[in-house]
Write a protein that binds this ligand. Structure first.
Ligand code: FES
Length: 109
């Protein structure tokens, strides 16, 4: 198990013991965190938008071009924005901290 920390829009933090090889979106949904993940990880919706803590941005694999293209279309994007469905939990990510934005954009609507 790998510990990941989610901060919601109100600033409340939750530490989750995440199963390795699950995506961050799957971890959030399994834990009841408010993340829609409408396309179930097909990179078609952007409702899994997370903002990665600055301390972690350099430790993640960079986003693919397709992920970047999807992020370009969503709300409130920052330099630390990622799609939660594209971050796979591994032991190296123990302590990963992300913020779930208040508003997301479902590109499938
Ligand atoms: S779950 Fe739809 S883009 Fe990630």
């Amino acid at each position: 198990m790998t510990k990941v920390i989610f901060t919601d829009a109100a600033g409340a933090q939750r530490e989750i013991d995440a199963r390795d090889q699950l995506s961050l979106m799957q971890v959030a949904k399994n834990a009841g965190i408010a993340m829609e993940g409408a396309c179930e990880g097909c990179m078609a919706c952007s409702t899994c938008h997370v903002i990665v803590d600055k301390a972690w941005t350099g430790k993640l694999k960079p986003p693919s071009e397709a992920e970047q293209d999807m992020l370009d279309l969503t709300y409130g994007v920052t330099a630390q924005s990622r799609l939660g469905c594209q971050i796979v939990v591994t032991p190296e990510l123990d302590g990963l901290t992300v913020r779930v934005p208040a508003e997301t954009r479902n590109m499938m609507d």
